[in-house]
Ligand binder design. Structure first.
Ligand code: AMP
Ligand code: GLY
Length: 424
């Protein structure tokens, strides 16, 4: 089989790593890819939003399956473009990717189908927002409706904070049209857990759990980022929590989407909060998490292509997902100054230490080859170093040891990834 992967981050590197292990695959392309992905795949200089060019490439090169890793092309309808050309593609159509693309949609879906989530109101103007906020309990959470690079969620402690947020999202349009609507949501407290799942439109198979660290600084301080590190499994995702989510959240979501005429094929990422009143959905994403993929995929025993093909063919019920009985921790190495401003183009040293290892991996996020063929930094999040261990504590020690093998100027990492493991 020939496979095309669309995306360029650590998540796509982890997907490419898994796809390369499949006995069914003879050739992998990645558009646009990065320096690390080029170890497994031929990188093609086509952007993830260039749907027509990507489809033409897939046709010309007789691609048997395209895997879309990123949210923007999925929400933008890349799957519909590929399907219209008769191309096989793994990911939700536009009318299903809306589960991530519109928070107003996902909240309404959860309310209509009785899926546990925070109480909310959707507003379409700043004045309407002010009226709702006048009667709200604080803290309150404001969410721009559309995609906003993970920055469209504001937790407001006071009415003054909320006024700043309303202006930012709905009047100054800091996130563009993503702020045409806004969700005003009850603030919840509890531990956060991510559960990714495969779906074929009818059947859903959850993967092992994971936990992200979204803030830039140690102790969960500083700005929100795409994710500074992850661990899997989450010790807080107990059998009891799993049973609750299976009964009240996962299948209900897939059934709700099907009932709405929006069958979901691909990955549903459940962002859950374990509240005192039980698990509730914080958010849905329509793709693997980044860096959740970097800890979940290395623990998966199945052939990735077999599972994805079963999703596309609507026979996921035939597949049993299996994960290693071990643990994984990923420490993201970023450029100092991320997520605001940072320098790039610095040579990365130590990558060769990971060649041939099957207990520790480097997944590239923002890297590229310099003109003289050296691998250099090329983004805010540069690399994710994942290590396995028989326990979370062991995996964490291994991940930090492995992350020290890599050096580059302005290297920045959090030093407390997996701290919650000690509180379990
Ligand atoms: P989201 O993009 O919806 O996951 O929001 C980003 C982050 O904001 C989440 O991971 C939570 O940490 C936080 N958050 C979102 N919604 C709420 C809520 N209703 N209560 C408390 N924290 C929230
Ligand atoms: N790490 C969070 C996300 O991928 O949305």
């Amino acid at each position: 089989m020939k496979v095309l992967i669309v995306g360029s981050g650590g998540r796509e590197h982890a997907i490419a790593w898994a796809v390369a292990k499949s006995s069914k695959v003879e050739k992998i392309y990645c558009a646009p890819g990065n320096a690390g992905i080029s170890e497994f795949a031929e990188c093609v200089p086509i952007g993830a939003m260039e749907f027509e060019k990507l489809a033409a490439f897939a046709k010309e090169n007789e691609i048997d399956l395209t895997i879309v890793g990123m949210d923007d092309p999925l929400v933008g309808g890349i799957v519909d473009v590929f399907e219209a050309e008769g191309l096989r593609v793994f990911g939700p159509r536009k009318n299903a990717a809306i589960l991530e693309g519109s928070k107003a949609f996902s909240k309404e879906l959860m309310q209509k189908y009785g899926i546990p989530t925070a109480a909310y109101t959707t507003v379409t103007s700043a004045d309407e927002a002010r009226k709702v906020l006048a009667d709200s309990k604080f803290p309150v959470v404001l969410k721009a409706d559309g995609l906003a690079l993970g920055k469209g969620v504001l937790i407001c402690e006071t009415p003054d904070d909320a006024e700043v947020g309303v202006r930012m999202i709905m009047e100054d349009k800091k996130f563009g049209s993503a702020g045409d609507q806004m969700v005003i949501e009850e603030f919840m407290t509890g531990r956060e857990v991510s559960v990714l799942s495969f779906c074929d439109g009818k059947t859903i198979k959850p993967m092992t759990s994971a936990q992200d660290h979204k803030r830039a600084g140690d102790g969960d301080t500083g700005l929100n980022t795409g994710g500074m590190g992850t661990f899997s499994p989450s010790p807080f995702y107990t059998d009891e929590v799993d049973a609750f989510c299976k009964a009240n959240i996962y299948q209900k979501t897939v059934d709700a989407m099907a009932a709405e005429g929006r069958p979901f094929v691909g990955i549903i990422f459940f962002g859950l909060m374990l509240t005192e009143d039980g698990p509730k959905v914080l958010e849905y994403n329509c793709r693997f998490g980044d860096p959740e993929a970097q800890v979940v995929i290395p623990r998966m025993k199945n052939d990735m292509i077999e599972v994805m093909e079963a999703c596309v063919d609507g026979r996921l019920d035939e597949i049993e997902l299996e994960f290693e009985d071990n643990a994984a921790v990923c420490v993201v190495l970023a450029s100092e100054g991320y997520p605001v401003s940072y320098q790039k183009g610095f040579p990365i040293h130590g990558l060769e230490e990971f060649k041939g290892r099957n207990d520790a991996f480097v997944f590239h996020a923002g890297t590229k080859f310099s003109a003289d063929g050296e691998i250099v930094t090329n983004g805010g999040r540069v690399l994710g170093v994942t290590a396995l261990g028989s326990t979370l504590v062991e995996a964490r020690a291994n991940a930090y040891k492995a992350s020290d093998l890599i050096t580059f100027e302005n290297k920045y990492k959090r030093n407390d990834i997996g701290k919650a493991i000690d509180e379990a």
